[in-house]
Design a protein around this ligand. Structure first.
Ligand code: BES
Ligand code: ZN
Length: 616
């Protein structure tokens, strides 16, 4: 086992250099296919018995019928003489299976909620090729189809939705390179988490290759009328033509961010780094699809104020995409490291002032989450067995994870910590990591036993709440905001508030601190600062939440418009929640019935749950 790990470390280092298809990379893939993976409660597949090693995906996208018909052809290694290979599927219509070119019977087991159904295919004792012909359901949870004369399609695979558009071994430890050929209607561009085209092809056929091995949750597809703008030599942005120039201006620091990230933790491993600005229905802020981050248009604030989200997704190119959480129980290894890295990129590019304001907002969100969640859900290491992995995707993984790493940094010093992290990413590139393996590495390579104990590492990872050695965020600008908010709550004196000079973080903080404001109070603020008309989505969100809670009517039209246009769950869910909590369930239901058809399943299911509970 030790030897294998060592061999893998060496092999993974040469991974990027190996052209696919050559002997060396084939051997590398076989080696990888034989590393023992942890059992994953969210996947039917048994990759320690038979595992995929490469994929060719040949697909045709029907934008009218909202379906994809495809053949997924996998190279398969039979690791230990298994008699079948198992794939995850959910809501797929499996039409035909071939093994080494011959039609083969298959069985589709019973579907379990959110896990889906196992697809079992008999295989020979040695390596083989398995091809699955299938069609997706119009309700595939990963996919959102936006109709219109310029239709758009995008996927969101994390955490376990890839199986709704592709039969796969849908566990983060199973990584494979892939190629694809995708047919879309002429006039639309297709993009994947791979080497991408810049221009539309006349016949709507596009080919893709991703040479580095990636887990299924990083499989991604988007189809739409998008244009490309170059930002730097290896960075650029795709967006609908109307937004392309705006987006290129907003993200003009992208190349500098990549350079700053490399400076910190080693070379960027994926070639190009591009962004895709999605329709506003995108349920997340961003998704770190390799080579092509998917992003919500709500970060186009016009003044670069929300680009930390890009720093975050870029950071995943190391934490998550290179070193990948073993199962969703170790999600904090993806997100906590990424928030830490995000802050370091922000500090390097925009200065400590900015990054500390962000850190303070992270602390504010974390404190709120700690009050809400049951204790067991506030451990860094989770046990999501039998639960939807979505349940574990809270601020704990992100912000408790961040403060844990920052605490270690502050104790050992930045230089020592950076050397450690750089080695961590380099030595575990293209591998999985679980919490225990990380803690072992931390003890072996950074902390003495005495330090490990003194820092209370086990308490941070395995116990609820926030240990009291959590680092304090020092932001004089935010302290000033706190002081002014306290004063404002007593005096309601708007002339004391330097709103126009404040960053988005300061505005957001201020609004968070005045949750007791009445509708009349909000009216005076709105009169002074025109907050209902703000173009910053974060500030608008906080403002609309306050307005709903205080029954401040003049903001309601904007709230409805926002909810009918934007599908980002982080904004949408709390706004409906505010309506429910302030006796405005009828309004919530009315707006939701208008807005729901435009939401992605991720958002719709969360709001469904909220409103169903509210009815009872
Ligand atoms: N990988 C996540 C998004 C995600 C997590 C999707 C879990 C599905 C399941 C992404 O990197 C992320 O964290 N996005 C955040 C933005 C970030 C700045 C905190 C988001 O979408 O809000
Ligand atoms: Zn993230």
């Amino acid at each position: 086992m030790k030897h294998l790990a060592l061999a893998l470390a060496v092999l993974s280092a040469c991974m990027q250099a190996c052209a696919p298809g050559n002997e060396r990379s084939e051997r590398t893939r076989l080696m990888i296919a034989q590393t023992k993976l942890a059992s994953d409660p969210h996947s039917w597949s048994r990759p320690n018995e038979a595992r995929v090693t490469r994929l060719h995906w040949d697909a045709s996208v029907d934008m009218k019928a909202h379906t994809i018909r495809a053949v997924a052809t996998y190279g398969v290694v039979n690791v230990n003489g298994a008699n079948e290979i198992v794939f995850d599927t959910r809501d797929l219509n499996i039409e035909e299976v071939r093994v080494n070119g011959e039609i083969q019977p298959f069985t589709l087991g019973d579907a379990r909620p959110f896990i889906g159904a196992p697809l079992r295919i008999a295989i020979p004792a040695d390596s083989c090729e398995v091809a699955v012909r299938y069609a997706t359901s119009p309700d595939a949870a990963a996919l959102l189809w936006v109709d219109g004369d310029k239709p758009f399609l995008f996927s969101q695979s994390q955490a376990i939705l890839a199986r709704t558009w592709l039969p796969c071994q849908d566990s983060p430890g199973v990584r494979i390179p892939y190629t694809a050929r995708v047919q879309v209607p002429a006039g639309l561009l297709a993009l994947m988490s791979a080497e991408n085209p810049r221009d539309k092809s006349p016949d709507g056929v596009y080919t893709f290759r991703m040479d580095q091995p990636v887990p299924s949750y990083l499989m991604a597809l988007a189809v739409g009328d998008v244009a490309f703008r170059e930002i730097g030599p290896r960075t650029g942005v795709y967006a609908v033509p109307d937004l392309a120039d705006v987006a290129a201006a907003e993200f003009s620091d992208l190349e500098a961010m990549v350079a700053a990230a490399e400076q910190l933790y080693g070379p960027y491993a994926w070639g190009r780094y591009d962004l895709l600005v999605l329709p506003a229905a995108f349920p997340f802020g961003g998704m770190e699809n390799p080579r092509l981050t998917f992003a919500t248009p709500t970060i186009l604030a016009g003044d670069k104020s929300l680009v930390s989200l890009v720093a975050h997704e870029l950071a995943h190119s190391w934490s998550g995409n290179l070193v990948t959480n073993s199962t969703w129980n170790d999600f904090w290894l993806n997100e906590g490291f990424t928030v830490y890295f995000e802050m370091r990129i922000m500090e390097a590019v925009y200065g400590k002032d900015q990054s500390e304001m962000l850190a303070l907002l992270a602390r504010q969100d974390l404190d709120a989450t700690l009050l809400e969640l049951p204790g067991d859900d506030t451990h860094l290491k989770l046990d999501l067995n039998g639960r939807d992995p979505d349940d574990g995707m809270t601020d704990i993984a992100y912000n408790k994870g961040y403060f844990f790493l920052r605490m270690v940094e502050e104790k050992v010093g930045r230089q020592r910590f950076d050397t450690f992290l750089k080695a961590y990413f380099t030595e575990h590139a293209f591998q999985v990591m679980d919490t225990e393996q990380f803690l072992t590495y931390l003890r072996a390579r950074l902390l003495t036993e005495a330090e490990y104990t003194a820092l209370r590492v086990d308490e941070w990872v395995y116990a609820p709440g926030l240990p009291d050695n959590a680092p304090l965020v020092g932001s004089q600008r935010m302290q000033r905001v706190d002081f002014l908010a306290t004063g404002w709550l007593q005096q309601h004196n708007n002339t004391e508030i330097p709103w126009s000079t404040w960053s988005y973080q300061e505005r957001y903080r201020f609004l968070s601190l005045i949750s007791s404001a009445s509708a009349a109070d909000l009216a005076t603020l709105d009169k002074s600062f025109a907050i209902t008309a703000t173009t910053n989505s974060e500030v608008l969100f906080k403002w609309l939440e306050l307005s709903i809670l205080a029954h401040y009517g003049p903001a309601y039209a904007r709230a409805e418009e926002f909810l009918c246009e934007v599908g980002r769950r982080k904004f949408v869910l709390p706004l409906y929640e505010a309506m429910v909590n302030s006796g405005q369930l009828e309004m919530a239901k009315r707006i939701y019935s208008r807005a729901r058809p435009g939401y992605h399943a991720v958002t719709a299911l969360s709001v469904d749950e909220l409103l169903t509970e509210a009815e009872q």
